[in-house]
Design a protein around this ligand. Sequence first.
Ligand SMILES: [Zn+2]
Length: 564
Amino acid sequence: MPSAGQPGGAGTQKVGTQKVGTQKVGTQKVMTRRVEIFDTTLRDGSQAEGLSLTVADKLRVAEQLDRLGVHYIEGGWPGASPKDREFFARALSGELSLASAKLVAFGSTRKAGGRAETDPVMAALLEAGTGFVCLVAKASPWHITETLRATTAEGLDMVADSVSFLRGNGKSVFVDAEHFFDGYAEDPGFAREFLAVVESCGATPVLCDTNGGTLPHQVAEVVAEVRALVRGSLGVHFHNDSGCAVANSLAAVLQGADHVQGCVNGYGERTGNADLVAVVADLSLKLGVETIGADKLALLTPVAHHIAEIVNVTPAPNQPFVGVSAFTHKAGIHTSAIARAPKAYSHVEPESVGNTTHFALSEMSGRASVMLKAEQIGLTLKDEEVAYVVEQLKQLEHAGYHFEVADASLELLMRQATGWKQEFFRLESHRVVTELRSDGTFSTEATIKLWVGDERVMEVAEGNGPVNALDAALRKALGRSHPELSRIHLTDFKVRVLDSTAGTAAVTRVLIDSTDGERSWTTIGVSENVVEASWEALCDSIVYGLLHAGPQPTCAPEPFTSAP
Ligand SMILES: [Zn+2]
């Protein structure tokens, strides 16, 4: 049960009163404490450019956040957005069943000069029907007088009136103290008064670094002072404009904050909010603080990728803890050391956050690297097979392949070295036609003929380009025999023309990123012909996805050789 289940409820809050300021921190672990994780992806995070979520998307993101075990899910701003009103209505009418997370509605305090009883935002917050509400209020005198055109006394009254009204209606309330750190620097006396009002009305204060410009040492100083004033739970909310949102969250927890707001994958406007993935992993694995629960930590990678999938943002490969490159080692000088002692080059065990170690192989890789990679995939290669892979890598990388970034194609290449052949389908032929119509638009159509076991399948599909049309045709052709294909799709497609060398024509390198919703992989194709290169990467993507989706089909294959 989240520790601030009843923020402001008399005598119910035990956490947050405990200070860590007197404990030795640094190399020593902070005494086990509990920090609430409050995700605002659906409200603050959805301010990110390029993030546009339907109500159905929001419901699916909320399901994933609950699966991960976050304590609070801020669902949106019902007073400002009809879509968010619909979200709460649908979520609370049975479309969303949460195992443990609490849904929170967000809104501003009542208008200056008005009354909470008659304020439309307050009415929308009540109508949203959640047990928890997060109110935003300006905590900087400058912002109150300049942007609200109100006195600071009225600013405080807006908070007291709104919180009291919501508490009177049975809501538990968080108050996001907007611009708190700037306000504290400007007028610490007012900031203290603000916190006293929030607490005395029975709400939990959340210190917000709205402009994201505060640095960790400043956060530590302010939170230590505030912690001594606030009796109950104390929250923080950081933006990443200085690149310090995660560090600031940790600094605040080390000084006794026990509620951290942020967004999964660090989504948010400008440079984003604190990435809750890193916050949770750092607190849990490095500071010994209980967050989402030890049994949930291994869900960080699949859930982070699943949410990236729903919000349609390509996951950053270098994202700490959960990125595909987070535990990738370039094989070579370190390979044998990593093989002997995997911990030597990883700051945590990748499996602890649901990720895995990857070894990036290239033409520079020797036998030891190849054997290590094979072992990781679960393959046992004979000596001559290892030699074959090493030789293939040299030749193919010379031709323009780059297996360091195409783990899935590399795995298929290594499997082929053992005599393995994919048995999902055999291509007979395909044809792609792009036509410029008289109205000036292009249309592309792909025809594909292939064999699935003894059955010959022919399908035609249209697309917005040759790769899209081929992908659609291949899916149609395989969909009936491999329904699991519906979970697999392409997330990114990159084409690069490589300089011509030694008088040959320029070649095209295509990289395709794919996902099944939880696992992501990259495949590669190289050819002088962009469609051929794309087809190769596409085939590898589908074969790899099917290979890892479940048991292989039992149909007897005819000899079929695909490009590696
Ligand atoms: Zn924010």
